[in-house]
Design a protein around this ligand. Structure first.
Ligand SMILES: CC(C)(COP(=O)(O)OP(=O)(O)OC[C@H]1O[C@@H](n2cnc3c(N)ncnc32)[C@H](O)[C@@H]1OP(=O)(O)O)[C@@H](O)C(=O)NCCC(=O)NCCS
Length: 357
C-alpha cells in the first residue's frame, strides 16, 4: 500500500496585518499589492515566538486529527527557512515541545519547496519500512526578516504615530518582497495505507524533484553565512545583507514554467493525464503565478485554488495550510487526485501526485 495522509493541522499566529497597515509605513497601496500579488492580509507572531512553537502547534493539531499519540511517531521531517536561531534547526525543539521521544527528527532546507521535498522523504522512509508513522511539518516566522524596526508598532496597530522619514525610506526600499510574506505552519501525518484499502492506486503515487543551483541567487539572504568572515558583523548589518534580495521577475518567469512542467512530468510518470487531476495544490507565492499555472495546464480556476489572499506567502507552510483548508471545506474527497507542486529558492521545484484513499 502507498503512503497516505492520515491527519492534517495548521497554526497561524494572531496578529493580522492588512495591506492598509503596510501603507502606513511605506510607499505602497492596497491596489498595488492586491493586483500584483493577490495578498490582502498576512499574519505575524508576537516578538519572542519562534518557528518551533508554531511548528509544534501545527504538529499537535495534525496528530489530534490523525487520533495518534506523539509517541507513535517514528520520524519527523521539518521544513523551514526561518529557524529559531541560525544553528541548530528546529526539528529538535519541535520534538521536545511535542514529546516526540521515539522519533528520528531532521530539518530540510528547500525554502518554498521545503514541504514538497519533506513529503517525498517521508514517503521514502515509509516505503523502505524505516518508519511506519512520519510527521511532516512546514513552518515559518518571516517577521524577523522584515526591515520595519520600531515601525512594527505602527504595523501592528500598537501606535498611531507617523513613521519617521528614515523608517519610511527603509520600508519602501524593501517593499517589493516584504509585502509578500506571512508567518504560519502546517503539518501532515503520513502512514502506510490501511490494509483494507485495496485500491493500489491511492496514496502517494509518484514524484519528481528538481534543483538548479545556478539560480540560487534569484532570492537569497546574502550575508550572515560562511562566505563572510566573521559570519556576522556590524558592517553586514549596515549594508543590509541580513535582508533577502529578490529578482522578482526572473523568479516569476521560472516558477510559472517549472511548476506546470513538473505537474506534467509526474502525471505522465504514473501513466495518467492532466484531465484526471481534481486539484493542483500549488505553492502560494503570487496569485499571478497561479493564473499562469492554470493557463499552462489548461485547467479551470477551481482546480488550482488560491489562499494567498489571507496568509501571504508562508514559504514551507503554504502546501499544508492550503491542503488542510481544502480538506476542511470538503474539496478533497475519497478518490480525489491531487498534484502538489512548488518552486522555491535554491532553486528547488517539483511535483508529487497523491490520490486520497
Ligand atoms: C515581486 C513581484 C510581485 C513584483 O511585481 P512586478 O510586477 O514584477 O513589479 P516590478 O518588480 O517590476 O516593479 C514594478 C514597479 O513597482 C514598484 N513596486 C515594487 N514593490 C512595490 C510595492 N510593494 N508597492 C508599490 N510599488 C512597488 C517597483 O519599484 C517598480 O517601480 P518602477 O517601475 O517605478 O521602478 C513579482 O515579481 C513576483 O511576485 N515575483 C515572484 C516572487 C516570488 O515568487 N518570490 C518567492 C519565491 S520562492
Amino acid at each position: 500500500m502507498n503512503t497516505s495522509i492520515v491527519g492534517t493541522g495548521v497554526a497561524v499566529p494572531p496578529n493580522v496585518v492588512t495591506n492598509q497597515d503596510l501603507v502606513k509605513i511605506m510607499d505602497t497601496t492596497d491596489e498595488w499589492i492586491r493586483s500584483r500579488t493577490g495578498v490582502r492580509s498576512r499574519r505575524f507572531v508576537d516578538a519572542g515566538t519562534g518557528t518551533s512553537e508554531l511548528a509544534a502547534e501545527a504538529a499537535l493539531a495534525a496528530l489530534a486529527d490523525a487520533k495518534l499519540d506523539a509517541l507513535s511517531v517514528d520520524a519527523v521531517v521539518c521544513a523551514t527557512m526561518t529557524p529559531d536561531r541560525q544553528t541548530p534547526g528546529i526539528a529538535g525543539a519541535l520534538a521536545h515541545l511535542v514529546g516526540l521521544s521515539n522519533a528520528v527528527v531532521f530539518d530540510v532546507r528547500q525554502q518554498c519547496a521545503g514541504f514538497l521535498f519533506a513529503l517525498d522523504i517521508a514517503d521514502m522512509l515509509i516505503a523502505t519500512e524505516r518508519a511506519a508513522t512520519v510527521l511532516v511539518v512546514g513552518a515559518e516566522v518571516h517577521a524577523g526578516y522584515l526591515p520595519w524596526g520600531d515601525a512594527w508598532e505602527i504595523v501592528l496597530g500598537q501606535s498611531t504615530r507617523e513613521p519617521s522619514a528614515e523608517e519610511r525610506a527603509v520600508a519602501t526600499r524593501y517593499r517589493a518582497w516584504s509585502v509578500l510574506f506571512g508567518d504560519g505552519a502546517g503539518a501532515m501525518v503520513l502512514q502506510r495505507g490501511a490494509v483494507h484499502d485495496t485500491a493500489a492506486s491511492s496514496g502517494i503515487l509518484g514524484s519528481v524533484l528538481h534543483t538548479d543551483g545556478a539560480h540560487a541567487n534569484l532570492i537569497e539572504v546574502p550575508g550572515l553565512g560562511s562566505l563572510q568572515r566573521p559570519y556576522a558583523d556590524a558592517a553586514q548589518i549596515s549594508a543590509g545583507l541580513q535582508h533577502p534580495t529578490m529578482n522578482g521577475s526572473a523568479l516569476y518567469r521560472m516558477a510559472v514554467e517549472c511548476m506546470p512542467e513538473a505537474v506534467r512530468q509526474v502525471v505522465a510518470k504514473v501513466g495518467l493525464g492532466l484531465a484526471d487531476l481534481d486539484l493542483v495544490v500549488a505553492h502560494q507565492a503570487n496569485d499571478r503565478i497561479l493564473e499562469g499555472v492554470r493557463k499552462r495546464l489548461d485547467v479551470d480556476d477551481a482546480i488550482v485554488p488560491s489562499n494567498i489572499g489571507n496568509w501571504g506567502n508562508t514559504t514551507a507552510a503554504t502546501l499544508p495550510i492550503l491542503y488542510h483548508e481544502l480538506c476542511q471545506t470538503g474539496r478533497v474527497e475519497a478518490g480525489s487526485l491531487v498534484a502538489f507542486t512548488c518552486f522555491g529558492a535554491g532553486a528547488h521545484w517539483g511535483a508529487l501526485l497523491y490520490r486520497e484513499p
